[in-house]
Design a protein around this ligand. Structure first.
Ligand code: GRF
Length: 215
């Protein structure tokens, strides 16, 4: 099988990255992880990726200076690794519109809230403060506006009495780890597409990935 080459962008812990790498071990997976790029040289995820035998690239945003310089370096690295799809996994830098346009329909992100609620950071705190009864994660196409691209799939958990941000995050994270590889696989298979800023599923199985509910 000719597997699609994926580049993963990270900034930190790398647990979603690890779940994408793990899923790629399966014979039925249609993608392979070609490289992991971090804007932080000390990201824990870089070491995890190295240990898994993946090509890792550290592009320190501080020494690169500007957003444009980081994005240009990332673009070059992705091309050099013949990447066809990009998965952001805890990547914490805002991207330039140019970079996003170059990867339109090929770049996705996972965000720890049910978008369009709670964009940005501290999503679990915001969810608790807002008093929502369900919370979760969203996988979406990346667009120039932060956390605002077309939503592909969402994973849902109940908010329980007594939850704090940590307990809630601990229930959302395993859902992220389940959902993200499935969506990336279907995207790489060409079963999920971006058309005019709307998501198209080519078949029912792909469409059924759009909701993952955990009790
Ligand atoms: C995850 O909650 C992800 O949804 C968000 O940032 C966190 C990254 O965690 N974008 P990890 O680095 O994947 O462990």
């Amino acid at each position: 099988m000719n597997r699609k080459r994926v580049g993963i962008l990270i900034s930190g812990r790398g647990s979603n990255m690890a779940s994408l790498i793990e899923a790629a071990r399966s014979e039925s997976c249609v993608y392979e992880v070609a490289c992991v790029i971090s804007n932080r040289p000390d990201a824990r995820g870089l070491q995890l990726a190295k240990n898994a035998g993946i090509n890792t690239i550290a592009l320190d945003h501080k020494s690169l200076g500007t957003r444009e310089a980081l994005d240009e370096a990332m673009h070059e690295a992705l091309l050099a690794n013949k990447v066809e799809f990009v998965a952001c996994a805890g990547f914490m830098r805002i991207m330039t519109a140019d970079f996003v346009a170059r990867w339109e329909g090929k770049i996705i992100n996972i965000h720890p809230s049910l978008l369009p609620l709670f964009k940005g950071v501290d999503t679990h705190e915001h969810a608790l403060r807002a008093g929502v009864r369900v919370h979760g994660c969203s996988v979406h196409f990346v667009s120039a506006e932060l956390d605002a691209g077309a939503i592909i799939a969402q994973g849902v958990v109940k908010v329980l009495p007594g939850d704090d941000a940590d307990t809630l995050a601990a229930r959302v994270l395993p859902i992220e780890h389940k959902l993200y590889p499935k969506v990336l696989n279907a995207l790489a298979e060409g079963r999920i597409r971006l058309n005019d800023n709307l998501v198209e599923f080519t078949d029912d199985d792909a469409a059924n990935l759009s909701l993952l509910a955990a009790g």
